[in-house]
Design a protein around this ligand. Sequence first.
Ligand code: ATP
Ligand code: MG
Length: 435
Amino acid sequence: MSQYFLPTLKETPSEAQIVSHRLMLRAGLIRQTSAGIYAWLPLGLRVLRNIERIVREEQDRSGAQEVLMPTIQSADLWRESGRYDAYGPEMLRIKDRHDREMLFGPTNEEMITVLFRDGVKSYRDLPKNLYHIQWKFRDEVRPRFGVMRGREFLMKDNYSFDIDKAGAIHSYNKMFVTYLRTFARMGLKAIPMRADTGPIGGDLSHEFIVLAETGESEVFCHKGLVDKDILSRTIDYGADLQPIVQEWTSLYAATDEMHDKAAFDAIPESERLSARGIEVGHIFYFGTKYSKPMKAIVAGPGGEEITVEMGSYGIGVSRLVGGIIEASHDAAGIVWPESVAPFKVAIVNLKPDDGAVSGACGKLYDALQAKGVEVLHDDRDMRAGGKFADMDLIGIPWQVIVGPKGVAAGKVEVKNRKTGAREELPAEEVVSRLA
Ligand code: ATP
Ligand code: MG
């Protein structure tokens, strides 16, 4: 830590209105460089990458294939779908030196449809599901709450191509289930809710919502969904996914735009929940909305032309960093779920100028690293109180506290950030315990 770039703040930044934004600034995860645009500092970037990794693993597991499309797109591409004029001021329009109209992509339906159209000609090559994790730009009217509503933000978006509606619904269901798994692995309870399709278009859509008072979405759902267990079952993607989707969608859950007051009021009052939430993901089935105007056509078994059925699926990767903090913090700071924590273990060296203590810390550090445990060593020359406060602020799940008395007795103290539970352990046991 004496060498790490970790500019923590003691004061609460006045520009930050919600706790996740305050903590992200205070813990040195991000810094704003322009309105709604952020630089990711080392600690924040590690969290962002961990979230990205979970998203990627679950996409790969579902059978989707990763590509990487550029951030800059041509206006002509968007004229093909008719969305260039329809998109409005949220789109950042750019001209290159030859006066050609370009834009910074707010999403990628058009580009992926062209890539698909040029690369797939036969029904035999379907279904296909392609994803990428790429920065987007939307010139939001009111960027706020830090990375929750930025102008530049990292999104995982993927696109499914199927031969018919039944296939497209299967792809939709697969993503529905993939999203349940993805968010659960981040320690989040994200509830799928019926949602409006907005400018993407189409007729079937769910938003995945993390309940939080500071959330921007107004939502209505059956309380039973809040207590539902997501991860306890392993999901076989080869199996029929409809029953799982059915199980989640049979109870009422809708965002503001799709809210059906009569249906909601029919639920017993004690089981109704109207709350606020953070949209962390959004899935759409929109049929031939893009494939038709853009002529994404494949040859069917009899040589006939088939316009492919599509869906698109988004996860707000950078928004999730804020979302996870909203869901997991206390008065002292962030409480990272282990799966996304920037480091799993922090060694708190209480006397860096004491050779025996620093030697013990160094040994522990090497041993943990050798086991593949991500570990941070607080070797800074400062008061213990300040170190404890910083550790709680940055939220590392396990703190190993090493001081002169303990070292003399061959012992260290292990503290769990989430529960606050402390335990004294023989130094040699720590590694096997935490690995
Ligand atoms: P919102 O309703 O919050 O404006 P959206 O419906 O326009 O979002 P989508 O097009 O569905 O967003 O994008 C997919 C995901 O990207 C969203 O579910 C959200 O998690 C994330 N996202 C969208 N806009 C932003 C933003 N301005 N900043 C950070 N993340 C965003
Ligand atoms: Mg949305």
